[in-house]
Design a protein around this ligand. Structure first.
Ligand code: SF4
Length: 350
């Protein structure tokens, strides 16, 4: 993991608990973010292009000397230290709770930063998880650093069925991951943290997001076999989608790190037909491997894929987009039908 100077400050934002569109991915109906900015600085990260960052240049400049929020992503963090206290007051006053079929009223921490990126963020997260779960709110924690989260295992264990912790494990090849997620813990480290949580009786899940185009079916099989060790309630999967200004930065970062093959394969995805071919292949492989290994897989196909595939494939994508996730977390109504099948003749060759 490379080290770099990170400018820190305070985030004066008033937002505590925000409604979220992540219910479309069966993740949550609300999000709590413990900071603006993220130390990990993943090159493909979409967060710096979202309104929460893009529309606040004055705050970022004043608090952390930021001139270009996108280019400097990874070099600034503004913490929300008093968030747990405000969250507690907010929950006391809140009368209505949104609960969609896909989001199940779950609160996600944090999807715009890594809530265990360091000790200061972890301290905020610990109190926020405790506050939410004591109020019987289902809480989904996502971190690339679950080993650090283990320091709060008591809070997670006490929360019981109200909490689940997951991590993004897009690829198990450490050098490739380090090239485009330069300051995040290695995938082995993430998996080890989740295995320890499972050993402690805490529900886990994995997000294989986004799987790298250099991976073939055998790589994905190996990856899923290793992921099975943390006994995940669900494995979410999505291919990478090359959009936004940061995709070029992702390709450059891979090249600069000496990962030429990864850089080349990523670069090819800027052609939308090539992207659709890779994305469909990975989605289908992960579904097949989930069945082969008896793992609860849930696919996140991008709706734009429908513009580049056959009518059968478009129908398959549409079915996945409406299928309920198999994870029981949040008292979810589990899918009553088998996952949609895609006939082999309608897809591109392996
Ligand atoms: S850990 Fe998540 S929020 Fe942080 S840079 Fe990486 S993708 Fe973005």
């Amino acid at each position: 993991m490379s080290q770099k100077q990170v400018n820190t400050g305070d985030d004066p934002t008033k937002a505590v608990l925000s409604e979220s569109g992540l219910n479309s991915k069966h993740l949550c109906d609300y999000v709590v973010n413990v900071a603006t900015g993220c130390r990990h600085g993943c090159k493909f990260c979409y967060v710096p292009s979202t309104p929460a960052v893009r529309t606040r240049p004055d705050m970022l400049k004043e608090q952390a000397g930021v001139n270009d929020a996108q280019r400097e992503w990874g070099n600034y963090v503004l913490y929300r230290d008093n968030l747990p206290e405000r969250l507690s007051n907010h929950l006391d006053r809140k009368q209505k709770w949104k609960q969609t079929r896909r989001g199940c009223g779950v609160v996600g921490i944090s999807f715009s930063t890594d809530c265990y990126m360091d000790g200061r963020a972890g301290a905020i997260t610990r109190d926020a998880v405790q506050t939410l779960t004591e109020n019987e709110k289902y809480t989904r924690v996502l971190s690339r650093n679950p080993i650090l989260a283990l320091q709060d295992h008591d809070v997670f264990q006490e929360a019981g069925e109200y909490v689940t912790i997951g991590s993004s494990i897009p690829c198990l090849h450490s050098e490739s991951v380090a090239a485009i997620e330069p300051r995040a813990p290695s995938p082995e480290h993430r998996l080890r943290g989740l295995i320890e949580f499972d050993d402690l009786g805490v529900q886990t899940y994995v997000s294989m997001s986004p799987t790298y185009p250099t991976l073939d079916k055998d790589d994905l099989r190996m990856q899923l076999k290793q992921i099975a060790a943390c006994n995940p309630a669900v494995v979410f999967h999505e291919p990478i989608n090359p959009r936004g200004a940061n995709f070029e930065m992702t390709v450059d970062a891979a090249r600069e790190a000496g990962q030429e093959k990864l850089a080349q394969e990523l670069s090819k995805l800027q052609n939308r037909e090539r992207w659709a071919e890779y994305a469909m292949k990975h989605l289908r492989w992960v579904q097949e491997l989930g069945e082969e290994l008896d793992l609860p897989v849930h696919l996140w196909p991008d709706k734009n894929l429908r513009n580049y595939v056959s009518p059968d494939e478009a129908k398959w994508i549409e079915k996945w987009r409406h299928r309920q996730s198999p994870e029981p977390f949040g008292e979810r109504e589990l899918p009553s039908t088998k996952p949609p099948k895609l006939e082999r003749h309608s897809v591109t060759a392996d």
